[in-house]
Design a protein around this ligand. Structure first.
Ligand code: OSB
Ligand code: MG
Length: 370
């Protein structure tokens, strides 16, 4: 597959409701979409960086620059046997996982289409439907949170994840656990606590949580291993996991018992599969995380979630939870049982609405091979 052209688009989509985490509130999601041409086929992917470096080091701006200056020149006009082979072209690049994932994942879509199989199948997916959970942002009061949870439980979602931060934690979780004694419940702190909070974090052990996600520093696996020794709630790492080596470190140190795999954060499908294979062999459950993606990123996440070992419901939910109108057709829908059907048509399995994307595009840059 020769990469003939790459188009990077920046667009903005208004969220139905603001999404608040311990690192801030998102009202409008600024997105980067990659459109790649190879073999006469068009592939799509989403670069999941946020506008500011609040989740990891990357931003919409850094991804744009690194694509323009480093990543696109390394692949334009080059031939790749497989999408996985593109990782070698980026072997000299340190960091910038989300930007790299944007290019590699578009080629995975192309490879699947060229082989006339679904992306799920190309990746080694075995599931025909995936279990879904939701991530609920910080709310103004425990009562407001209880209403949100009631809506999502009624919609069928199989796991509810609550965002927490100091001051909006134990009281909120207690209200939810009392109202819903049997649901699969987890919390995500996005690095809002420190090791001084161990006694406080231990109190979450009372709530029979499925997991506590990334309570401590985004870049400190060792600190999580110290915390895990002192609490019984299983820790799950999100921000700290950039690749297989981080995963090995986390598991060997006992810093996590569950791993959140996000395609962008780990640098794309190849890296995500390495982590998945390792965790499967070690009996460590994994699940697919989300970054408030539009339909393009959502479609990649659905394919990923169909692989063996993704035994826990992910943060892959219906388009309509976030968007008035999504950029794919049909939109992602969730069944009353809280599942999404994995498409079996070639590539992503959704039609990408280029006209709509074009209308919402703020900036666009195209690079063509000569
Ligand atoms: O930590 O999982 C996270 C959204 C933005 C950045 C980080 C996270 C999240 C979510 C939302 O929790 C998950 C989703 O896309 O539904
Ligand atoms: Mg998280």
């Amino acid at each position: 597959m020769r990469v003939d052209a790459v188009t990077l688009r920046k667009l903005q989509m208004r969220l139905k409701a603001p999404f608040e985490t311990s690192f801030g509130t998102t009202h409008n999601r600024t997105l980067l979409l990659v459109e790649m041409q190879a073999e006469g086929v068009t592939g799509w992917s989403e670069i999941t960086a946020m506008e500011a470096p609040v989740f990891n080091m990357e931003t919409i701006g850094t991804a744009t620059v690194i694509l323009r200056e480093t990543l696109v020149p390394a692949i334009l006009g080059k031939k790749f046997e497989t999408a996985a082979a593109m990782t070698e072209a980026f072997a000299h690049v340190r960091g910038h996982e989300m930007a790299r994932a944007g290019l590699e994942n578009a080629l995975w879509d192309i490879e699947a289409q060229a082989n006339r199989i679904s992306l799920s199948k190309l990746l080694g997916g075995t599931r025909v439907e995936i279990p879904c959970g939701v991530s609920i942002g910080l709310q103004a009061s425990p009562e407001a949170l209880r209403e949100k949870v009631a809506t999502e439980v009624a919609a069928g979602y199989q796991r509810i994840k609550l965002k927490i931060k100091p001051g909006k934690d134990l009281e909120y979780v207690r209200v939810i656990r009392d109202a819903f004694p049997d649901i699969k419940l987890s919390v995500d702190a996005n690095s809002a606590y420190t090791l001084d909070d161990i006694a406080h974090l231990r109190k979450f052990d009372d709530f029979n949580l499925l997991m506590m996600e990334q309570p401590l520093w985004w870049d400190d696996i060792y600190a999580h291993s110290k915390l895990q020794k002192q609490i019984s709630t299983p820790l799950c790492l999100d921000e700290s996991i950039r690749h297989l080596r981080d995963t090995e470190t986390a598991i060997e140190l006992g810093a996590a018992r569950i791993i959140n795999i996000k395609l962008g954060r780990v640098g794309g499908h190849s890296s995500a599969r390495e982590i998945q294979a390792y965790c499967l062999a070690k009996n460590i459950p994994v699940w697919c995380g989300g970054m408030l993606e539009c339909g393009v990123g959502r479609a990649h996440n659905i394919a990923v979630s169909s692989l063996p070992g993704y035994t826990l419901p992910g943060d892959v939910s219906a388009s309509k939870r976030y968007w008035v109108e999504d950029v794919i057709e049909p939109e992602v829908e969730v069944s009353p049982q809280g599942t999404i059907r994995v498409p079996d048509t070639p590539g992503l399995g959704y039609h990408v609405r280029r006209e709509l994307i074009e209308r919402w595009t703020l900036e666009k840059e195209t690079w063509r091979a000569s």
